[in-house]
Design a protein around this ligand. Structure first.
Ligand SMILES: *Cc1c(COP(=O)(O)O)cnc(C)c1O
Length: 335
């Protein structure tokens, strides 16, 4: 049972899968030709899904949002440039920065992993980075970032601000998409990997001013999105309500995990994502190993005395909580 990488553990509904297969069958008939390098139909579908008055010219996509982020750093970062982030945050952000030669700068969060407008503005003024990354809701903490903080980060420097909203569909707060009008340096990245149950298809995207897509065109490889990826994503987006039907159930399981772990004496953080970070673990590696021995894989994180678990199906959540109950009874918890 894999509850370690925040996948949606629910499969694609069968009726939707059939439709995707039909779209793929059609696309296969044309794979002797290169795909639409502008992926226009896909950008129209993504714009329609996001709403907020966005059009295809505001959208960009790649093979997962990791590739979108890589292209952003290739276009706007690179040797001699820097990107500021607020750990603990998505572990791939500094790794992709490193692979593009962009210097990564850490800045501190406030208590409870929050970031106030004052904190974000002070860090940006102090470090003067070319690019700022914010992750909301944040992985691995589940913490959302308020729109005031995002607006303050935008105003605090003349460079690019990327808000990684991989878990937006699980959140309660407002999306940074509402801040896009009049902010040409704001980029909001999303993915079909989490809420959309499409991690294996590899489709990430971002919304921004059309000039951002023009910049990313300069760094992407020709035909980077295959005709099959485009066809599958367009077909899936045509069934967005069914694809997203499990989000409410996953949120219920997430909240069950929070209550269940708290009852066991652990310290789960509030979460607006499909995972829970919990503290109060004396020996996280021992708990990880104990769960693994029972067939449950969760995630060790860089935060001392903490572990992260993905909210799966109701049955998976029960198995995880039962296993944690047995471990707590063995006395492997702290206070
Ligand atoms: C999972 C995740 C992603 C993205 O993944 P792709 O599968 O490459 O789209 C991006 N950002 C965060 C914060 C994530 O947790």
């Amino acid at each position: 049972m894999r509850l370690n990488v925040n996948e949606n553990t629910h499969p694609v509904p069968e009726a939707v899968a059939t439709d995707i297969v039909m779209a793929l069958a059609q696309a296969v008939m044309g794979v002797n030709r290169y795909p639409d390098r502008e992926f226009t139909t896909l950008r129209e579908s993504l714009a329609g899904y996001l709403g907020h008055g966005l059009g295809p010219e505001n959208l960009w996509a790649a093979n997962g949002s990791n590739e979108v982020i890589q292209q952003v750093l290739q276009a706007f970062g690179g040797p001699g440039r820097s990107v500021l982030g607020f750990p603990p945050t998505y572990s791939m952000h500094p790794i992709i920065a490193g692979s593009t030669g962009t210097r990564w700068i850490d800045a501190a969060r406030d208590d409870a992993y929050e970031i106030s407008p004052e904190t974000v503005a002070a860090a940006i003024r102090r470090e003067n980075p070319d690019i700022v990354f914010l992750c909301s809701p944040n992985n691995p903490t589940g913490t959302p970032i308020g729109l005031e903080t995002i607006a303050a980060a935008y105003d605090a420097h003349p460079g690019i601000l990327l808000v990684d909203e991989a878990y937006a569909e699980f959140g309660e707060g407002d999306t940074a998409l509402t801040l896009l009008p009049g902010r040409p340096r704001l980029l909001v990245s999303r993915t079909m990997s989490k809420a959309f149950a499409f991690a294996g298809a590899r489709l990430g995207y971002l919304a921004a001013d059309p000039a951002v897509a023009d910049a990313l065109r300069l760094v992407r490889l020709p035909y980077h999105l295959s005709a099959l990826t485009q066809a599958a994503a367009v077909a899936a987006l045509g069934h967005a309500p069914e694809m997203l039907a499990m989000v409410d159930d996953i949120k219920r399981q997430r909240d069950r995990i929070i209550v269940g772990l708290r009852d066991l004496g652990y310290l789960p953080l509030p979460s607006e994502s499909n995972f829970v970070l919990f503290g109060g673990v004396d020996d996280p590696h021992a708990v990880f190993q104990e769960l693994l021995a029972g067939g449950v894989i969760i995630r060790e994180v860089s935060i001392p005395n903490h572990l992260r678990v993905t909210a799966g199906s109701e049955a998976e959540t029960s198995i995880f909580l039962d296993a944690m109950g047995r471990i707590a009874a063995l006395g492997k918890i702290g206070t």
